[in-house]
Ligand binder design. Structure first.
Ligand code: G6P
Length: 607
């Protein structure tokens, strides 16, 4: 999704803005731009493609500036072109960068065009630049003009605005899209993500909905949505710069796959004792709330949704509490029945996914009310964590690769912890606690298959399609495996509950259709084996991830990858890893952009 960086300093901010954009590249984008103010001049440079294309243009580009805004754009309104890239400029003096969507841009555009403004892009953002300029003509003050402009906007936005005639002031505001203020010494910054500013500051103010900040190198003032001056806490980020760097790995995705044992250990530590799983570890009220839960609604998007689908198997089997799992984009637009004492759970790596956030707000607005809301989230200080009653952080650390890996497995572990917290049987909880404490060792053993999977991946390079099969909790894992392959290798992949094979997808099976099956030695194994026979009988080529006790062996038409034995309950977490590695190695072999796959964004902050 789009990224914003802005700075007001006593030094040239061009390199700060450029480095900030590089650090936001992981979010996904298609063009980039920058506007710098210096001695009464506003210079703007924009480029389609990578931030490097912008950097190349800046080589011979504008004069240095001590004030500036920069942006990476992920197209929503208007195609990918230099004219549509941000910043958008009005009257050669106002420059605006914007994340989000302005829903009422068309009537505003008509009004501004009638007032004499010329539009040079197809974006919704350009109206903001002209709107600020028109208000500036009235008030002469940038903050006043931005406040007046945003009062006319419907939709979601984070905005950063500079003006040629006010060479030290940057004004930024948010409503529906994240924005942080970076506090330096004699310099101040804004960004849509702390990662952008880590090289220049560790001190951040997480702006709240409706906040508008006016900053200069020396000072900043925050006003809330009512225009009142407010103090917001300055928080020190615990993130190290290296946490957002590749650290010797070829891609962030590979680094993040290999970080999973450590990430999972972080997830359970402090929450699990030798004999119990502690609800109190997620807040003083959690135990009492969980004791009253009679139903659960889990809502999420993309990979996070797959984690929820696995949790349904766990929660219903162990705690006997009915659990509904739904895509946030569907949930928010229907009228779901809210059972008595229902816990509403959101899952999100970013904590800013527009549909998930909207679903949470919708749930909170329901008159028939939920018992409580719980966010399972990887990023601290997000809209989702702020607006939920309970928060369980996944603690995976920054995830930069667009395709989610460690955020997913740590979500699964959080959901397993939740399952334990909801289970009222002490012996079962104790057994689960013991299993969870072994998860990091189990994952480390799975990662040893990396090289074997790299070799296997070579067989997929010339394929166009793939089918993934699983049963029980392995069905959502098959869905996640198919999604990973689609996202980064652009192979068409679909997942089916293995029992559904004969109800349609079997028609697709021939020697050109690789079929990947996940077959741990569990209660579904014999059923899965029968489904595999159905594939073999039709000449399909099978790739099976199974443990040694499954009784499956490599032979004609079937390649078995031996997984280390893991306890049933941990199998969904363990069997995710070879599928991540498969997608990764197929993508590398095909030469795609692994960390920033085409058309995708890391954090989808628009509907
Ligand atoms: C985007 C990302 C996916 C992610 C989904 C939900 O589509 O590319 O990897 O699963 O958003 O994001 P969230 O941050 O809410 O987990």
């Amino acid at each position: 999704m789009c990224g914003i960086v802005g700075a007001s300093a006593q030094r040239n901010v061009e390199p700060i803005l450029l480095e900030g954009l590089r650090r936001l590249e992981y979010r996904g984008y298609d063009s980039a731009g920058m506007a710098l103010v210096d001695e009464g001049v506003l210079d703007r440079v924009r480029a389609v493609g990578k931030v490097q294309a912008l950097a190349d243009k800046l080589e011979d580009g504008p004069r240095p500036g001590t004030l500036g805004v920069a942006h990476t754009r992920w197209a929503t309104h208007g195609g990918v072109s230099e004219d549509n890239a941000h910043p958008h400029v009005s009257s050669d003096r106002v420059a605006v960068v914007h994340n989000g969507i302005i829903e009422n841009f068309e009537p505003l555009q008509r009004r501004l065009a009638a007032a004499g403004y010329t539009f040079t892009s197809e974006t919704d953002t350009e109206v903001v630049a002209h709107l600020v300029d028109s208000h500036l003509a009235e008030s002469g003050d940038l903050s006043t003009a931005v406040r007046a402009a945003v009062s006319e906007l419907d939709g979601a936005y984070a905005l950063a605005v500079v003006c040629r005639d006010d060479p030290h002031t940057l004004v930024a505001t948010r409503s529906g899209s994240p924005l942080v203020l970076g506090v330096g010494i004699g310099e101040h910054f804004v960004a849509s993500d702390v990662a952008a500013l880590l090289p220049v500051t560790r001190n951040f103010v997480y702006l709240e909905e409706g906040d508008l900040v006016t900053l200069t190198p020396e000072d900043y003032t925050i006003r809330d949505g009512n225009g009142a001056v407010v103090e917001r806490p300055v928080k020190e980020s615990g993130l190290s710069i290296s946490a957002t760097e590749k650290g010797g790995y070829r891609h962030f995705m590979l680094k993040e796959i290999h970080e999973q044992p450590r990430a999972l250990a972080e997830t359970w530590q402090g929450r699990v004792t030798a004999r119990d799983i502690l609800a109190s570890s997620i807040g003083p009220t959690a135990e009492e709330i969980f004791g009253r839960v009679e139903a659960i609604h889990i809502v999420a998007c993309g990979t996070s949704h797959h984690a929820g689908l696995v949790a349904r198997y766990w929660i219903e089997a162990m705690s006997r509490i009915p659990c509904n799992v739904e895509l946030a984009s569907e949930y928010r637009y229907r009228d779901p029945v809210v059972p008595k004492n229902c816990l509403f759970v959101t899952l999100s790596q970013s904590g800013e996914t527009a549909d998930t956030l909207a679903a949470l707000r919708y749930a909170k607005s329901r008159e028939d009310g939920y018992l409580a809301t719980l966010a399972i989230c990887n990023k601290p200080e997000t809209s989702l964590t702020r607006e939920s009653d309970l928060v369980m952080m996944t603690r995976a650390g920054p995830e930069i690769g667009v395709a989610s890996t460690k955020a997913f497995t740590t979500q699964l572990l959080c959901l397993l912890l939740l399952t334990g917290m909801l289970d009222r049987r002490p012996d079962e909880r104790a057994a689960l606690a013991a299993n969870i404490r072994g998860v990091d060792t189990a994952l480390a053993a799975v990662l040893e298959l990396d090289e074997a999977i790299r070799k296997l991946a070579e067989e997929f390079v010339d394929k166009q399609h793939a089918l993934f099969l699983g049963r029980g909790p392995m069905y959502p894992i098959a869905m996640e495996g198919a999604l990973k392959l689609k996202e980064i290798s652009y192979l068409h992949a679909e997942a089916y509950a293995a029992g559904e094979l004969k109800h349609g997808p079997l028609a697709l099976v021939d020697e050109n259709m690789p079929v990947i099956a996940i077959a741990p030695n569990n209660e579904w194994l014999e059923k899965v084996k029968s489904n595999l026979q159905e594939v073999r009988a039709r000449g399909g080529k099978l790739y099976v991830f199974a443990d040694a006790e499954s009784g499956l062996n490599t032979g004609p038409g079937i390649t078995v990858l031996d997984m280390p034995h893991v306890d049933d309950i941990l199998a969904p977490i363990a069997y995710t890893v070879p599928l991540q590695l498969l997608a990764y190695h197929v993508a590398v072999a095909k030469g795609t952009d692994v960390d920033q796959p085409r058309n995708l964004a890391k954090s989808v902050t628009v509907e």
